[in-house]
Write a protein that binds this ligand. Structure first.
Ligand SMILES: Cc1ncc(COP(=O)(O)O)c(C=O)c1O
Length: 340
């Protein structure tokens, strides 16, 4: 386990950079395997693979979090203590059962990384603290990491708490380009391709880089608290608007995530209405719709979900008893205007 010496958090340009710092430290201490949730994006595990760690997929519960039984089975198969990546996906937090498996694993030497990217609105205060006072250290984990650029109002940013040997990330040319393009993309939000360029550059820039100074300053600005309160309130209203649907993260400070058999069609309807594609991890979130943070999105999702509801109602009707035989010809002739 890392030493218990409190150390400062490290602020980086992206979440993947924080995971790279964790991967380096764990690798140097002899860790060789990461148990990672199957519900995730590649940027969460590539940093570990780049450091030569083996990634083992662990099945998730419907909440998107590690399934406690699957995690226990994966732990039992490890021949040395692994690192467990526990992501608070969709803003969901571990329940008692998962917490118990994580605590038991930690007590026998496994390291726990909590990825709070999706709980960053809820955990903003502890994530953004500059010092590493004892109270701000993760109590039930070794590392607390987050990509801050998903839910907080900055285009580049990540943070890691709990590194035993924190090293300041260094600047390199690619990361300087990244910061420049991110700044341009922010000035021209109406040009989505610029935002894509930031993501493309990030997929090349795996070397941990520091968070650009202006974004660090923005996170320390006095108005941030009020802005985050507004964001949380807006999300709470959005949750209330879809509470009757199959929402897998009720009450989370994260956009509602709806499980629906027509999820792909709903995502298409949202894209056609001009919403930039919200989170979708192909192969693992195919049956889910992450609702954009906009009240109009709820209405569009409902409309797109409608045909299924109708089909389900018809199927239920069919199941309720044999249908009357339908005379198609009689129906057509009843509709055809009769000539005298
Ligand atoms: C849960 C989670 N952790 C980490 C990351 C990586 O963050 P970044 O894209 O800032 O590197 C992502 C990206 O989608 C994520 O969803």
């Amino acid at each position: 386990m890392p030493t218990s010496q409190p150390a400062s958090p490290v602020f980086t340009a992206a979440g993947r950079h924080t995971l790279a710092l964790v991967a380096r430290e764990a690798r140097a201490d002899g860790v060789r395997e990461v148990l990672a949730p199957r519900v995730r994006c590649t940027a969460m595990t590539t940093p570990f693979e780049l450091e030569g760690l083996h990634v083992t997929n662990v099945d998730c519960a419907p909440s998107g979090l590690l399934d406690p039984g699957a995690l226990a089975a994966a732990l039992a198969a490890c021949n040395r203590q692994p690192l467990i990546l526990h992501a608070e996906t969709f803003g969901n937090r571990a329940g008692d059962e998962l917490r118990a498996v994580l605590a038991a694993a930690r007590s026998t030497g496994a390291r726990i990384v909590v990825d709070a990217t999706h709980t960053a609105l809820e955990r903003a205060e502890e994530l953004l603290t500059d010092a590493e006072p004892e109270a701000a250290r993760p109590h039930d984990a070794d590392y607390l990491v987050a990509s801050l650029r998903k839910l907080l109002p900055i285009p580049l940013g990540g943070v890691v708490h709990g590194l035993a040997r924190p090293t300041a990330p260094t600047r390199d040319e690619l990361n300087a380009d990244l910061a420049a393009v991110a700044a341009i993309a922010e000035r021209h939000r109406d040009v989505p391709v610029l935002k894509d360029a930031v993501e493309d550059l990030l997929d090349l820039a795996w070397a941990p880089a520091p968070m650009p100074g202006p974004y660090r300053a923005r996170l320390a600005a006095p108005g941030l608290g009020a802005e985050l309160t507004r964001r949380r309130a807006r999300l709470a209203r959005l949750h209330a608007a879809v509470a009757d649907l199959d929402v897998i993260n009720p009450g989370a400070a994260y956009p509602p995530v709806i499980a629906h058999p027509q999820a792909a069609a709903i995502r298409t309807a949202l894209a056609r209405a001009g919403f930039s594609p919200p989170l979708h991890w192909p192969g693992v979130t195919d049956g889910l719709v992450v609702l954009p943070d906009d009240p109009r999105a709820a209405a569009i999702a409902r409309r797109a979900a409608g045909p299924t509801a109708l089909r389900e109602a018809l199927a239920a009707g069919e199941a309720s008893g044999p249908a009357e035989p339908f005379d198609f010809d009689a129906f057509i002739s009843s509709k055809t205007p009769k000539t005298a």
